[in-house]
Ligand binder design. Structure first.
Ligand SMILES: Cc1ncc(COP(=O)(O)O)c(C=O)c1O
Length: 386
């Protein structure tokens, strides 16, 4: 039986071999804490983290590698930013296509009376209505948070245009790049975001347990530390250091994970994000065309235009439950997909697939046209059998 992985939006199951080789090398040959001890093997661990910081900075066309902080994943990174920046009385504007990593911390801040929240309703395709978005901004709006691309429909958000709006009004601007880092070109200078938040295990092809943010100077100054602890620096003081990256990196990091991420970043920078995007866009176009030709029983969500979305495509099949099809695809055809609400209930309400959800396919740099054809044939088979 074929084994086809089509759940890259959840995590990149397939990685370049250099990733696990770097992790094994760290465990076998290094194994020390970074930033804590002057012995040379400790400095080796430092070098790995330093090198990964440099590469994230390069990937986002940034200038200051110390403005990168690492965390466990993008959920932790976003929580640090939102809870470390927002104060009582602040108004926040976000979209209805957000993942719970954004929506839940914002809701928790709203429920505890700290912020007021406006969630701008996107179109059925998941597109952001820019006029409505601008109208939602109030004099007391202190932050805008949006996802760079939806993890349900793949819809790419106009992050550059929103960045112009935020910059013109002096509003702090956070972009969740979980679905786009390593997949779409991201230019910190063009987007003008104060925070570009990333997770290491999706398009960045690193291991789980890695993530972080690239911060603007304003973000470095204005976000308060929410996790205090040991940093290996200024140990004589009980006050947490206010310099980067120690300000947001308390405790021993996931050095093994960052070693893997560092190798993955090398691979991505060598290959080139434009090349990765071209490959994924080609597969998405092939898949969308195949779905459109398959049957009028197939409902496709999102823009249905490979240029306007990532390689994530959500569907439903009339007369079928998404979970049932996902199960059949896995057990009979060896195809791994994800069905349900994808931790983004508001996005499903927006595209009118709530509460059942959708069947989601997502491709990565290691996906092939043959795999896409096989998925289409398998869906055709399932439809023919009913
Ligand atoms: C848009 C978006 N934001 C945030 C996350 C959360 O990522 P993580 O679980 O790595 O923190 C995801 C993961 O699916 C996502 O797709």
């Amino acid at each position: 039986m074929h084994k086809v992985y089509a759940d890259y939006a959840a995590t990149s199951k397939h990685k370049p071999p250099e990733v696990w080789e770097a992790m094994e090398h760290y465990l076998k040959e290094i194994g020390t804490s970074p930033g804590r001890g002057g012995y040379s093997l400790g400095l080796e661990a430092d070098r790995i983290i330093f090198s990964a910081r440099q590469k994230i900075t390069r990937l986002f066309n940034g200038d200051k590698q110390n403005n990168v902080f690492f965390s466990l994943n993008v959920t932790h990174a976003l929580n640090s930013v939102l809870k470390g920046f927002l104060k009582k009385g602040d108004h926040v504007v976000t979209s209805s296509m957000e993942h719970n990593a954004v929506a839940r911390p914002l809701k928790a801040l709203e429920d505890s009376g700290i912020i007021e929240l406006t969630m701008v309703q996107c179109t059925k395709e998941g597109l952001l209505p820019q006029d409505e978005f601008e109208k939602a901004i109030r004099p007391d709006t202190r932050m805008i948070v949006i996802t760079h691309a939806s993890n349900v429909t793949g819809t790419i958000m106009p992050v550059k245009e929103v960045g112009e709006i935020a910059a013109s009004k002096g509003i702090f601007y956070v972009v969740d790049c979980a679905q786009t880092a390593g997949v779409l070109p991201i230019d910190s200078k063009e987007i003008k975001a104060d925070v570009l938040a990333f997770t290491g295990h999706k398009g960045l092809l690193g291991p789980q347990g890695t993530g972080g943010c690239y911060l603007s100077e304003r973000a470095v100054q204005e976000i308060f530390t929410t996790v205090h602890g040991g940093t290996g620096s200024k140990s004589d003081l009980l006050t947490h250091p206010d310099f980067m990256p120690d300000k947001f990196e308390s405790g021993t990091p996931n050095t093994m994970g960052i070693a893997g991420l560092n190798a993955a970043l090398d691979w991505i920078l060598r290959r080139g994000v434009h090349d990765i995007r071209a490959h994924e866009e080609k597969l998405t176009r092939l898949f969308l065309k195949g779905l459109q030709e398959l049957s009028d029983k197939v409902i496709i969500y999102g823009p249905q235009d490979a240029a306007q979305q990532t390689s994530t495509v959500s569907i439903n099949m009339e007369g079928y439950d998404a979970g049932e099809v996902s199960f059949i695809l896995d057990r009979i055809y060896g195809i791994m997909t994800r069905s349900g609400l994808h931790c983004a209930p508001c996005a499903h309400q927006t595209i009118e697939s709530f509460p059942e959800g959708t069947l989601r396919f997502s491709f990565g740099i290691f996906s092939t046209a043959e795999e896409v054809e096989y998925i289409l044939d398998s869906l055709g088979d399932i439809l023919a059998q009913k």
